[in-house]
Design a protein around this ligand. Sequence first.
Ligand code: SF4
Ligand code: SF4
Length: 220
Amino acid sequence: MIITKQKSREDILKMLEGKKKVFLIGCGDCATTCKTGGAEEMQQMADFLKANGKEITGAIVPDVTCVTAQAKVAFAKNKEALKNTEAAVVFACGSGIQCIKDNDRFGMAVYPGCDSLFASLIDKDGSFKEVCSACGECLLDLTEGICPVTRCAKGLLNGPCGGQNKGKCETDRNKDCAWVLIYQKLKEKGRLSDLKKYLPPKDRHKSPKPGALSLGPSKV
Ligand code: SF4
Ligand code: SF4
């Protein structure tokens, strides 16, 4: 899941300066879960923009906004409203925003309503946690399932920096030191000798930007 936060309302109004007719696009997947681009948030944003002199030409929440086929269906269903739109504000991650921009055939301005923060899991309390940076060569087998690339503030691969205090990271005392967690887990499993295995620097060629992968036509 991609975690997003809504831009401030001030910033959204600033982006929309000079544009009167506005169409809102959320996302029924990640942004709905994050409460940044679901039906409720679209209604609240529509009310806010109307109160600030904007005309809302439509507001939709496609199931998954970053899928081209769904963007095209949403555009086809809302053709008349979009012809009458000066700017669309997309409340989704950067992939969703760019998917809408790439598929726009109406010549409208497309603006980001959200900032994308990180890819995450959702823990048992419903909190979002970044645990993977998609580095292209996973080493979780060597670290008992705890990613040092992501969960160590310095991304250290071969043990701690020495700044941990009572198991907490020196950069943020509210966060666990990833290497203390790795040490504890390896100890529990009788695998402490794995700490002696040298992990070479990450090969950045394995996660080139921009990433791309083709598995044939999408079925979503
Ligand atoms: S090593 Fe960490 S960042 Fe790399 S793929 Fe595995 S979990 Fe993700
Ligand atoms: S204290 Fe631990 S988690 Fe924090 S930077 Fe050092 S090794 Fe990484």
